[in-house]
Write a protein that binds this ligand. Structure first.
Ligand code: PGA
Length: 254
């Protein structure tokens, strides 16, 4: 069976003290109740990765980074390499988030190199794709997502592609309170799976976890997660409150 995953993307939020207390609150609530076989991932700002990995290890969840450099090492002031991030006990890394594309000019060519670096250092990339509002209104959303996946993912070998997670995040739904409907999410997730199946065969397509992201909250998660091709969520705003985040984890059928 495909892995079911709920990952929290804290973005650029929380001081050290706040981060520590949020991590302990998440750990406490998860210890009270969580469905079996759901992988929980917390992606804090890079400064708190080591702390997160330590607490995660003792509490059966995983730590994830929000980004890594596409360079291996050297004179790249301010950057963090995959190897460095891995050495902080990190298991997952979000790559190609729409905010990285929009504000930091990341292209799928650069994101493809980051995916390679993450895999080389045994971290699972969570590759984000998704259309902006205008593209959906012009009914170009399938083409846009297909281009993104072709450029960033389809160079991988079969055994590598099985080690990635894809997150469909329609940009018009991120931080806006406007969620994709369960039907819209299911339609795109099935399409993404069909692209992977066309390149790598249906066994590989079936094995890949595809997460939904964009204003997912405790009120809408259950219906989204019930869709056959939705294997979990990438959660922004609602991951900053332990109760909401753990409620989303518990939205999976037990
Ligand atoms: P949101 O963000 O849940 O706040 O919409 C999701 C994301 O950006 O990953």
């Amino acid at each position: 069976m495909r892995k079911r995953i709920v990952a929290g993307n804290w973005k650029m939020n929380k001081t050290f003290i706040e981060a520590e207390s949020l991590l302990f609150d998440i750990a406490d609530l998860l210890s009270e109740s969580r469905p079996k076989d759901v992988e929980v991932v917390v992606c804090p700002p890079a400064l708190y990765l080591e702390l997160t990995s330590d607490i995660a290890q003792q509490n059966d969840f995983k730590s994830g980074a929000q980004n890594i450099s596409h360079h291996a090492q050297g004179a790249y002031t301010g950057e963090l390499s995959a190897e460095m991030v891995k050495s902080a006990g990190v298991k997952y890394v979000i790559l190609g988030h729409s905010e990285r594309r929009l504000y930091f000019g990341e292209t799928d060519e650069v994101i493809a190199q980051k995916i390679d670096k993450a895999l080389k250092h045994d971290m699972t990339p969570i590759y984000c794709c998704g259309e902006v509002l205008e593209e959906r209104e012009e009914e170009r959303h399938f083409q846009v997502v297909s281009d993104q996946i072709n450029k960033a993912v389809c160079h991988l070998a079969d055994h590598e592609v099985r080690d990635i997670v894809i997150a469909y995040e329609p940009v018009w739904a991120i931080g806006t309170g406007k969620t994709a409907s369960p039907d819209q999410a299911q339609e795109m997730h099935a399409y993404i799976r069909s692209i992977i199946s066309a390149h790598y065969g249906s066994e590989t397509g079936d094995a890949i976890s595809i997460l939904y992201g964009g204003s997912c909250n405790p009120g809408n998660a259950a219906e989204l997660f019930q869709q056959p091709d939705v294997d979990g969520g990438l959660i922004g705003g609602a991951s900053l409150k332990a109760e909401d985040f753990v409620k989303i984890v518990n939205s999976f059928k037990k």
